[in-house]
Design a protein around this ligand. Structure first.
Ligand code: SAH
Ligand code: SF4
Ligand code: F3S
Length: 455
């Protein structure tokens, strides 16, 4: 097949968007689109947006403006460019995008990706009528039929570590968060569909699969042969049976959805990596309640202890929000306290950003930006210190590393440890995609260096 058209996709936000972008690429390939990383030569541009914080949204609007300039340049040369805005901002703002950026041709949310060829047909037809404003194709409904049934199987993988969406949407409605509105209600894919996709990924060369969902451990999918529903623990055990699948990870989890079966799976399934991203957001019970997280800090600490009792080497990562409306010095201290108790291997932290339409955005007691910045700095210093300590502790240890890509230096490969640390190793390129035994020789805040152990 001749791929005569060029497609440029820019992906913002979380891993789910990365996965979705790959699906969109696969959907457009049969229509003759090959991916390019040069937007100026693209017949179609997709901005796969994120709406989680104001900054992410504003970035998408500024990129829309940049694409408009490229579109004008192409049109001056007698060519064209379709500008599409997908993802969570598209879902949240829909029509507003067409008003604010009328040169955009298509706006569609995450639940409509399977309709992409259809939408494109509409857009192309009107583009051919002549230049001028965008085509105004808008698709932000939440369809009854799950889109997963219509998305293509993976045709190629970008490396030995891949993503697989098993669940989408969220019913939790944390008061700060836009995701339940942008991704819709929770949906879990049937076990067999996931198994099939996982197998296809392994056949293409995947050694590691990260199972994705906005609320991945709320997973409750239809089990094989009418055996009711399975949770993430059971699903992981089942996927671990796939020959050649060496590593399984999952994200993002919610503390309330951690069940016994998942904890037991971490005890029994060696493919489940000993690293867990478990967002807590705050260490203050007052703030956790205000956020509608529906658990206490002690509940979180108890879960951590349970995981550690079955898998003593398990490491944790988390997400934090500072400056949630009403957060006092005392509340913030409680967050620092929780961090000290858990000792994280890594973590993300953010200043609270009001999202239109969420309950927290309407609260009166918003925190001053300067105070938010001060708190963020203090929290990040502590988290960075813990991360550096975790990494330095690895020096001299032997670890299994999945070699994922070529490094910047000659003869260097970059891989991941079981704890998701980035590891630089001097190794021959033919080892790419392999899992190798190494000895860690140095540990910095953001990465490790290691040498191959001769076998
Ligand atoms: N489903 C996950 C995370 C979704 S969003 C969970 O249950 O936690 C990823 C992270 O972005 C969140 O964990 C939170 O820390 C952060 N976040 C979400 N909304 C935010 C907001 N309005 N302001 C700042 N950070 C936010
Ligand atoms: Fe957002 Fe909360 Fe759902 Fe996570 S659990 S996606 S933070 S509403
Ligand atoms: Fe952003 Fe949507 Fe992911 S808001 S973090 S792209 S689910």
């Amino acid at each position: 097949m001749v791929l005569s058209k060029r497609l440029y996709i820019k992906t913002y936000g979380c891993q789910m968007n990365v996965y979705d972008s790959e699906k969109m690429e696969a959907l457009l390939k049969p229509l003759g689109y090959a991916v390019t990383d040069a937007p100026e030569s693209a017949d179609m541009v997709i901005l796969n947006t994120c709406h989680i914080r104001e900054k992410a949204t504003e970035k998408a609007y500024s990129d829309m403006g940049r694409m408009r300039e490229l579109k004008n340049e192409r049109q001056a040369l007698g060519k064209d460019m379709i500008i599409a805005v997908a993802g969570c901002t598209a879902q949240a703002e829909g029509e507003q995008i067409l008003n604010r950026a009328p040169y955009v041709d298509m706006v569609f949310g995450p639940q409509s990706y399977h309709l992409l060829p259809e939408m494109l047909a509409k857009a192309t037809r009107s583009v051919e009528k002549g230049k001028g404003p965008g085509c105004g194709v808008l698709e932000v409904d939440f369809p009854e039929v799950p889109k997963f049934d219509f998305l293509p199987e993976p045709t190629e993988i970008s490396g030995p570590s891949t993503f697989l969406a098993i669940q989408e949407g969220c019913d939790k409605f944390c008061h700060f968060c836009c995701v339940p509105y942008t991704r819709g209600a929770e949906y879990s894919r049937p076990v067999q569909d996931i198994f099939k996709e996982a197998k296809a990924l392994v056949v293409k060369g995947a050694r590691e699969i990260t199972l994705l969902g906005q609320n991945v451990n709320a997973y409750h999918g239809e089990a094989p042969s009418n055996k009711g529903e399975w949770g993430l623990g059971e699903l992981s055990r089942y996927l671990a049976e796939i020959e050649g699948l060496e590593r399984i990870r999952y994200m993002t989890s919610h503390p309330r959805d951690v069940d016994e079966a998942l904890i037991q799976a971490h005890r029994d399934v060696p493919q489940l990596m000993p690293f867990l991203h478990l967002p807590v957001q705050s260490g203050s019970d007052v703030i956790l309640k205000a956020m509608n997280r529906r658990h206490t800090s002690q509940f979180y600490l108890d879960i951590i202890a349970k995981f550690r009792s079955v898998r003593p080497d398990i490491a944790f990562s988390s997400d934090f929000i500072v400056g949630y409306p009403g957060e006092t010095d005392q509340d913030f201290e409680a967050t620092l306290d929780l961090v000290r108790q858990v000792n994280f291997a890594q973590a993300y932290s953010f200043k609270y950003s009001p999202r239109p339409g969420t309950p927290a955005a309407a609260l009166e007691n918003q925190i001053d930006e300067k105070l938010k910045s001060e708190r963020l700095q203090i929290l990040q210093d502590l988290l960075r210190e813990q991360q550096a300590h975790f990494n330095r502790n690895m020096i001299g240890k032997k670890l299994a590393i999945l070699l994922e890509k070529v490094g910047r230096h000659q003869g260097q490969l970059i891989g991941r440890s079981p704890f998701l640390q980035s590891v630089h190793i001097k190794a021959p390129a033919q080892l790419l995609g392999e899992i190798v035994e190494v000895e860690i020789t140095s540990g910095e805040t953001n990465s490790l260096a290691a040498k191959l152990i001769a076998t």
